[in-house]
Design a protein. Structure first.
Lengths: 298, 294
């Protein structure tokens, strides 16, 4: 569909621009302002130039070490999450019933974890995984496995990952299901006539048709897992030690716990730029896929 | 219970070939799909079952040992929440800002999405990406500046502060979803309406909006969802008068020692509004999750 050039369209966009700018640009400028200053409390600020940024990007300084530790932790978490949730989501989408009332039931039950407030998700798993009163922790301990997510870093990681899989796999599954639904029956009939195997159908029909929604899924899951805060905060509080202190938890500790506004602001900006860069790559890929598809169909 | 629900004659192939099955020795067919689905739903429901189970127990029973269902069934936890104002006002606060946010986001996003779907204009692509970046910005980054900003304009501790703050990520999302749905409506409809003498506002409300009604529903659902589940900003921007239920939960419980039953009951009640909303939009969920782009 060709669009006409019309700059008056800006009038339609203006309200959105205003409301988002109010919530985005003003606070962002505050952050920029803090990031070049140092404070000793009492609302007294001193010019610090790019000192915080130098510290932050220098792994040998105290702040830099802390920042890079949290950054690797967060990247590792995002990578593990994507590797588990994407294949699992595809599998679940393929397992959806084709028709009947079970479809609606499955959809509703699958979407349920997505609408639970994030701190309640943390609370649910906090209770569920406890060794004394939680079903999961109790069963695992009974099986003879020593499991304690508040004491052991590995257990804490496993619990957070299982929690995130529980919380978000449905999003990937629902997106993939939407992609699968858009495949016309004729494709499957043709495949059957050709005697295509189940795997061939998946590789040549289903996967290419899901590519677009998979990109959206990967983009959303990456963004949200990279800025995860509430769930691990409720579940482990960043512990044991610093084992599950992800970037945003570290940031809030720095800003609201220690009230180190300058450092926290510098960290916010770098953190934001990383997300921006990665998302720009995803977005470019996505719009290119769009453009290609547009050409093929035109 | 959930495991058995998903199992059924859902595979069309299984239903289409009863004759072939009768010829061979009838062998129980293993329905792989139903097993995968059943296991997945079981995994999803177990923690929720445990929460509901706990909410119906007394604290003595919870701490004394593991029971798979309440031996001493009690609704006291729920009664506490519905009679104590500090509890139920949390629900009212949460619902207030969620509704304000949903209405704001949709009404602002509608014209913008129309502009993006119909016209090219100076800086449109950059503007669209900039909007999306706000969906990607971690709320942790904005928590403190938001606190300063909303204190300065006198909105701190009102539902409006939270509703406006949530616009940061909900408006871009609504624009994105609505743009997808609007691009599916052919331009000819706009032109025909103009020829028939419809003014633009009348065309937009009378003809265009009904055409994308499902898109509006889906966008509203997403705004509701993300505003309802977000807590970091909501907690930072409120103290007493507009405190959301999710924040009430953490504070009250830690102050009174661990009242597990009450905590669980409050948790169950935060799941209910979401479950109701899903039920109403269940037929649009799949399309909506693809943001109208399938």
């Amino acid at each position: 569909m060709t669009k006409t050039v019309n700059n008056r369209a800006w009038f339609f966009v203006l309200p959105v621009f205003a409301i988002v700018a109010f919530s985005a640009i003003l606070p962002l400028m505050t952050v920029v302002n803090y990031s070049v200053q140092d404070t000793f409390g009492n609302n007294q600020f001193f010019w610090n130039g790019i000192g915080w940024f130098q510290d932050l990007l220098d792994p040998s300084s105290q702040l830099g070490e802390r920042f890079f530790d949290s950054l690797w932790r967060t990247l590792l978490f995002s990578a593990i999450i994507l590797m588990i949730e994407v294949p699992l989501g595809i599998a679940v989408a393929l397992a959806m019933p084709r028709e009947g009332w079970t479809v609606a039931l499955c959809l509703v039950l699958m979407a349920l974890p997505l609408l639970i407030p994030w701190n309640v998700v943390g609370t649910i798993w906090q209770v569920f995984a406890r060794g004394d009163i939680g079903l999961l922790g109790w069963v695992v301990n009974r099986l003879g496995i020593d499991y304690n997510y508040t004491g052991d870093p590995l257990d804490a990681w496993i619990t957070i990952i299982v929690m995130d899989v529980w919380h978000w796999t449905s999003l990937v599954a629902l997106l993939c299901y939407a992609g699968l639904k858009s495949i016309p029956d004729a494709y499957y009939q043709a495949a059957r006539i050709d005697g295509a195997s189940r795997w061939a159908v998946f590789r040549t029909i289903q996967l290419p048709k899901m590519r677009r929604v998979l990109l959206i899924a990967v983009l959303l899951r990456f963004m949200d897992s990279f800025m995860i805060y509430t769930e691990p905060f409720v579940l482990t509080g960043g512990g044991p030690g610093n084992a599950t202190t992800f970037l945003s938890i570290d940031l809030v500790k720095l800003a609201l716990g220690q009230f180190d506004l300058g450092k926290a602001a510098a960290m916010s900006l770098v953190y934001n730029l990383i997300i921006l860069a990665i998302c720009w790559v995803f977005y470019t890929i996505m719009t290119n896929v769009d453009a290609q598809r547009g050409r093929v169909e035109a | 219970m959930t495991g058995s629900v998903a199992i059924g004659p859902t595979d069309t192939k299984a239903r289409a070939t009863p004759l072939a099955m009768n010829k061979a020795v009838p062998r129980p067919r293993v329905n792989g799909r139903a097993i995968v689905m059943g296991l997945y739903l079981l995994f999803l429901m177990l923690p929720i079952y445990w929460l509901v189970n706990m909410s119906l127990k007394t604290n003595a029973e919870i701490t004394s040992g593991l029971t798979l269902w309440p031996q001493d069934l009690t609704f006291d936890n729920y009664r506490t929440i519905f009679t104590d104002e500090s509890w139920y006002s949390g629900y009212i606060n949460s619902l207030t800002y969620v509704l304000i946010n949903t209405v704001l986001s949709i009404s602002f996003a509608l014209p913008a999405a129309y502009a993006f779907s119909r016209y090219r204009f100076l800086g449109d692509k950059h503007l669209f990406f900039w909007l999306l970046t706000n969906r990607m910005a971690p709320p942790a980054v904005f928590a403190l500046p938001f606190f300063n900003l909303y204190s300065a304009v006198g909105l701190f501790d009102t539902p409006w502060a939270v509703a406006l703050a949530h616009c940061l990520f909900n408006v871009p999302l609504a624009v994105w979803i609505l743009e997808g749905f609007m691009s599916g409506v052919p331009r000819e409809i706009d032109e025909t309406a103009a020829i028939d003498g419809y003014s633009f506002p009348r065309f937009f409300v009378k003809i265009f909006m009904p055409l994308i009604a499902s898109g509006i529903g889906v966008a509203a659902f997403f705004c509701f969802m993300f505003s309802w589940v977000e807590l970091l900003l909501a907690r930072t921007l409120t103290s007493v008068n507009a405190k959301p239920i999710a924040a009430t939960m953490t504070r009250t419980v830690s102050a009174a020692g661990m009242d597990w039953g009450l905590l669980a009951a409050a948790g169950v009640l935060t799941i209910v509004p979401g479950a109701l909303v899903i039920w109403f939009v269940r037929n649009y969920i799949a399309k909506g999750f693809a943001l109208g782009r399938v």
